[in-house]
Ligand binder design. Structure first.
Ligand code: EPZ
Length: 428
């Protein structure tokens, strides 16, 4: 097993470049199933979730070829996929976003059978809204204990209204609807950058999707989609995590290859902490010299403050002067990592959906665990800021979403190593 060992308390200086967005890639790759020709996807992040979804497509019959020996540029030929039944339970169960195969296969074949998806389980993650969308388009849905089975005579465009904003349900509805004859109108749609990226990819293949990035997405069904080359947007959350890391540890780092507009809610909150954020066309510069100030944060769907940055911000605010309140309004219970931060000296009390963070100036290294992807990122942020040595176990969760995090942090002066170890009961 491997863990990260961080000798913290070192300021960070230099430049770090951001990879393609995980949550766009994991939807765009299954979307290729809808196409009648091969597609080339560029700027893919080199992370475990992307390898797994590509592997799933291969087991289904797609041909996946790296272009120029680069994992970031891949040609996917979906023409070998002849069945809408996915059988690789273990791979599908290894990630949450495998649920996009439901929408993509339903849109392509009018049916789908997909094993239960897995992934980060920081709380209950229902798919009732996905099912509501499929049913609105004319599908019959059977939720079995180990798989979801969808069937239809023929899908037809329809109105789909979401009363809860869901990224996954919005994207699955788009996947299922792009080839359904007639007009689909999705109201209460999620507006995240990856929703817009999926719409742009679908449109590049010839789909007619309008309004992505607003509450209302209108889709006119088309009968075929043609191959294209498409580059994935930069990862908003990877960028935000490095922004938080620099603010927590102090220093002066330019983060390149980003879309500053996507980072606005994070930028605004960092400024509240006294961190300087300079914006350029495709970069942001983070400078933190003085002490950090407390601030209040509430997660909301885009363009609000992203839930996927909440744990990293709690880690950051653990070392800020004063009392901060962090309220989670997207997921019911996303604070399971807080006891790990307490091991490092953080003073945090949970009260329902709010974490009350009383900043301390002596965060110290400890042996902790990455309980899920963003919880793990929070341990890295805290470990960089804390004095002494932090050991983070279960880094497989971190590596499902962060490309070369050790290398990227080392390049900006962090003392972080990936170390192989044998787990003992003392590690708990
Ligand atoms: C996506 O999950 C992301 N995952 C999550 O990021 C992210 O936290 C989340 O969106 C919110 O931004 C991927 O894109 C692969 P939702 P998703 O449906 O789509 C409720 C990460 O760390 N809901 O937008 O599964 C749900 O309970 C991951 O990268 C229903 O009630 O999330 C939640 O309260 C973790 N019924 C809210 O909607 C449903 O059918 C938002 O969830 C679906 C969701």
């Amino acid at each position: 097993m491997d863990k990260y060992v961080i000798n913290g308390g070192k300021k960070l200086y230099g430049t770090v470049s951001i990879s393609g967005a995980k949550n766009a890639a994991v939807a765009i790759i299954p979307a290729v199933v809808l196409c009648d020709e091969p597609c080339v996807i560029e700027n893919l992040p080199k992370i475990r979730d992307v390898s797994v979804i590509l592997e799933i497509l291969k087991t289904m019959g797609a041909k996946v070829t790296r272009i120029g020996g680069d994992d970031a540029r891949v040609k996917i030929d979906p023409r070998g996929i002849k069945s809408s039944k996915v059988t690789c339970e273990k791979l599908v169960g290894d990630m949450r976003a495998s649920y996009y195969l439901l929408g993509a296969l339903l849109g392509r074949f009018g049916s789908a059978s997909v094993p239960a998806s897995g992934g980060c389980s920081f709380c209950d993650r229902p798919i009732d809204l996905h099912i509501k969308a499929f049913k609105a388009l004319g599908a019959k849905c059977d939720l079995l204990p180990d798989k979801v089975v969808l069937s239809s005579e023929a899908l037809v465009g329809n109105d789909i209204d979401f009363d809860v904003v869901s990224v996954g349900a919005t994207m699955n509805a788009m996947l299922a609807a792009v080839r359904a004859p007639g007009k689909t109108v999705i109201t209460g749609a999620a507006k995240e950058p990856h929703v817009v990226d999926l719409a742009n990819f679908l449109n590049k293949m010839g789909a007619k999707v309008r309004g992505a990035g607003t509450d209302v997405i209108k889709i006119k069904g088309v009968s075929e989609l043609t191959g294209c080359t498409y580059g994935i947007i930069p990862d908003q959350i990877e960028a935000g995590t490095y922004m938080a890391a620099v603010a927590a540890a102090g220093g002066d780092v330019t983060i390149t290859g980003v879309i500053p507009k996507h980072l606005e809610s994070i930028t605004n909150k960092l400024r509240d902490t006294g961190t300087t954020v300079e914006e350029f066309d495709e970069a942001v510069r983070i400078v933190r010299e003085g002490e950090l100030t407390c601030c209040n944060v509430k997660t909301t769907p885009h363009p609000g403050f992203p839930t996927d940055m909440q744990p990293q911000f709690v880690a950051l605010l653990s070392g800020a002067n004063g009392k901060s309140r962090v309220t989670e309004s997207v997921w019911e219970a996303r604070f399971s990592y807080i006891p790990q931060l307490r091991k490092m000296g953080a003073d945090i009390i949970e009260n329902g959906s709010t974490a009350h963070v009383d900043g301390v100036n002596d965060l110290h290294g400890a042996k902790v665990r990455a309980l899920d992807l963003r919880a793990g990122a929070a341990m890295v942020v805290a470990g960089l800021a804390a004095k002494g040595t932090t050991e983070i176990a279960d880094i497989k969760y971190i590596e499902r979403g962060y490309e070369q995090i050790v290398e990227k942090l080392t390049a900006i002066g962090a003392d972080i190593r990936r170390v192989t170890y044998v787990e003992s009961s003392e590690d708990d």
